[in-house]
Unconditional design. Structure first.
Ligand code: BG6
Length: 485
């Protein structure tokens, strides 16, 4: 392949993300022959280790988190992995990193191309980025060859102010086009397919607006609870953890106008416009347009204080103030401890204008619903009405659709991280959030989060394994119901 050679500098070698996601993704890319020929992983971390111990750790991660990937090419993979010891707040450490990078560049022919991956807690980003800048590792002078890119993980800020601060800190040392903000939902095949579905097919786009669409429901449901992440989750909540990023990314892809071309900035220009088109929620309407819930056993989870008001369920109604969607609400709900794990976009079309079939009332003829199933059982379905065979004129709901597992049998869906890592090497930021996108999302949600603080007890309890608090149905308009996917 013709990918640029490079060094993948990993901050956070022993963290959860590295163990669960990055190790399997990097190895799978190696195994499939998708990495550049000259590609090196260099971990920078505090603990006293050497290359051999680091390689053994990586192998242990595979056994624990990706046992199904055969280790047939492990030996050649681990030859690419190196370790350098250093503190995150020490200029000497970063000077040593620079020396190591330069020697790797010579030994392995990586051409001064460096990817800095921040698999560390967000409060450490600023310090590390500052040291990279001070050590001359971030922005290159015109005469030097090679590129530097920085990859940051969510959470990207805690509210509008902190996200602005973080953007400013990054942009002090890197330019926007060097920054890759990961939202792993964008790496999912089915999320990427939203663009294909909309813009590679002529028949849906004419219907994709307020004239034909009654409303859109976006659900991100998890069956599990907080599973040992109580400490982190309780300080975060479902809105910050999932709605602000994964769910709003989906909203923007569904609502956006066609981009003028398929490049990173053209796509993101439209996405940010879509988010800005969501009507701000005035403080006095927050309790009418949003519902929070908490599953019954949440307060007994490890790391969760007994009186916690953190939401494990959130639903919001968004009005779109733009030409395409005015009058078509978007409902978004994100939750844990649901009956099943499912993420989907359901586009519900308007009801038929008149019923021709005897004995049926208008509301008995179910409107068409188009479901883009993001996960699991990935696929797309269009619910329609058909005549049930027999002497009577009886309507029966049927599904037109396709499933990835039938259609793309020998093409397993790769983990989102594989695609995203590859794109950072390619220098394609289309599937990464731009700074203004992240800020637009926080701008919408920060006043809501502020208003909630004044009414902490509005959080509604719900039973584990149900679709959340009853109150969520008060968001809907007459004739609308929440789907049970
Ligand atoms: C993460 C959240 O970003 O996304 C988790 O921090 C959540 O709380 C996860 O469980 C969901 O991702 P996926 O890919 O399993 O749907």
């Amino acid at each position: 392949n013709d990918l640029d050679p490079c060094v993948f500098v990993l901050f956070g070698a022993t963290g959860d993300l590295t163990r669960r996601k990055l190790t399997p993704a990097l190895y799978a890319l190696h195994r499939e022959g998708l990495l550049p020929k000259d590609f090196v992983v260099l971990a920078y971390a505090r603990r006293d280790k050497d290359d051999l111990v680091f390689r053994a750790d990586l192998k242990a991660n595979m056994a624990e988190f990706a046992p199904s990937i055969p280790l047939d090419k492990w030996d050649s993979f681990e030859q690419r992995c190196f370790y350098v010891r250093g503190e995150f707040d020490s200029p000497e450490g970063f000077a040593a990193l620079r020396t190591k990078l330069e020697s790797l560049d010579t030994e392995t022919n990586t051409h001064h191309n460096w990817l800095f991956y921040m698999a560390i807690p967000p409060e450490q980003y600023e310090g590390v980025v500052g040291h990279l800048g001070a050590a001359g590792l971030s922005r290159r002078g015109m005469t030097e060859q090679g590129w530097a890119r920085v990859i940051v993980e969510k959470p990207f800020g805690y509210d509008l102010e902190t996200s602005r601060h973080l953007n400013a800190a990054l942009l002090e040392h890197f330019t926007e086009d060097q920054v890759y903000r990961i939202d792993h939902y964008l790496g999912k095949e089915t999320v990427q397919n939203i663009l294909f579905f909309r813009f590679a097919n002529e028949i849906f786009e004419p219907l994709w607006n307020h004239k034909y669409v009654d409303h859109v429901q976006i659900t991100v449901a998890e069956k599990i609870g907080v599973e040992g992440r109580g400490n982190f989750f309780d300080a975060t909540g479902m809105t910050r953890d999932v709605l602000q990023n994964h769910a709003l990314q989906i909203v923007s892809l569904v609502a956006m106008e066609p981009p003028v071309r398929l490049d990173a900035n053209a796509i993101r220009d439209e996405k940010v416009k879509a988010i800005r088109g969501i009507r701000p929620i005035p403080r006095e309407d927050v309790h009418k347009l949003t519902v929070r819930g908490q599953y019954d056993s949440y307060r007994h989870e490890e790391g969760v204080p007994p009186g916690s008001d953190t939401e494990t369920f959130v639903a919001m109604k968004f009005h779109m103030d733009n030409w395409r969607w005015a009058g078509t609400p978007f409902y978004v709900r994100c939750a844990k401890a649901m009956p099943k794990r499912t993420t989907e976009v359901a586009v519900q079309f308007r009801a038929i204008p008149q019923v021709l079939f005897a004995k049926m009332k208008r509301d008995e003829v179910q409107p068409n619903v188009l479901v883009l199933r993001i996960q699991p059982d990935e696929g797309i379905f269009l619910q329609m009405g058909a005549k049930q065979p027999g002497p009577d004129m009886t309507l029966h709901p049927v599904n037109l659709g396709f499933l990835y597992r039938d259609e793309f049998k020998d093409m397993p869906i790769a983990d989102a991280y594989e695609r995203l890592i590859l794109d950072t090497i390619r220098g394609d930021a289309s599937l990464f959030a731009r700074g203004d996108e992240v800020e637009a999302a926080w701008k919408l949600l920060t006043p809501v989060l502020e208003a909630w603080k004044e009414r902490p007890h509005d959080v509604q309890p719900y039973f584990t394994g149900t679709w959340g608090p009853e109150k969520a149905s008060t968001l809907l308009e007459p004739g609308q119901t929440w789907r049970e996917p």
